[in-house]
Design a protein around this ligand. Structure first.
Ligand code: COA
Length: 152
């Protein structure tokens, strides 16, 4: 499916439904969105995906949110958004692009490694420390965040 990517503008409604698909904490989303670069994936007039990049350390950016609406998943939109993140990060002189995902997110871990990211570490108990309610995926409690990085 051919998706086009553009920056979110002040006129666009904030795509909370998509953002919360990737990150169930509205509080965390509201915290990083104003200091991030937010991009929309569109198929015609339909917003089908979202990407948020933030600057973390010098020459380092992180994909803090990446989501594709359920009916549009598995059609290459996620990969297109990651390609866009890589291109924008390069434009901004970034040397390392990072991403973190739940240890239970098997599909996400495959996707990021297919895009060239390598596992750099584990932030143990991240989801216990930062989310008020326990999160469950594939029938088990999500506790640890797997950290991945891509050298640009
Ligand atoms: N299981 C196995 N492989 C998967 C997968 C899954 N659940 N999801 C993606 N992949 C693989 C695809 O097979 C594909 O590989 P290929 O190019 O070799 O065929 C590759 O990853 C790209 O898939 P794509 O179609 O671009 O992914 P997508 O558009 O469905 O987007 C997500 C992927 C993760 C963004 C999307 O599923 C999503 O929004 N999920 C819910 C929110 C979320 O978990 N966000 C990430 C938070 S860290």
């Amino acid at each position: 499916m051919e998706a086009t990517i553009r920056s979110l503008t002040a006129e666009d409604p904030i795509p909370y439904e998509l953002l919360l698909l990737a990150d169930p904490s509205r509080h965390l989303v509201a915290e990083y969105l104003p200091r991030g670069f937010c991009y929309l994936a569109e198929c015609g007039p339909q917003v089908v995906g979202v990407l948020v990049l933030i600057r973390t350390r010098p020459e380092t950016m992180e994909i803090v949110n990446l989501a594709v609406g359920e009916p549009y998943q598995g059609k290459g939109v996620g990969k297109t958004l990651i390609g866009h993140a890589v291109a924008r990060a390069r434009d901004m002189g970034v040397r390392t692009l990072e991403i973190g995902t739940g240890s239970t997110g098997v599909g996400q871990l495959l996707l990021y490694q297919k895009c060239g990211f390598r596992i750099t570490g584990v932030d143990r108990d991240f989801f216990v420390r930062h989310y008020p309610e326990p999160l469950y995926e594939h029938g088990m409690q999500l506790r640890d965040m797997v950290r991945l990085g891509l050298d640009l």
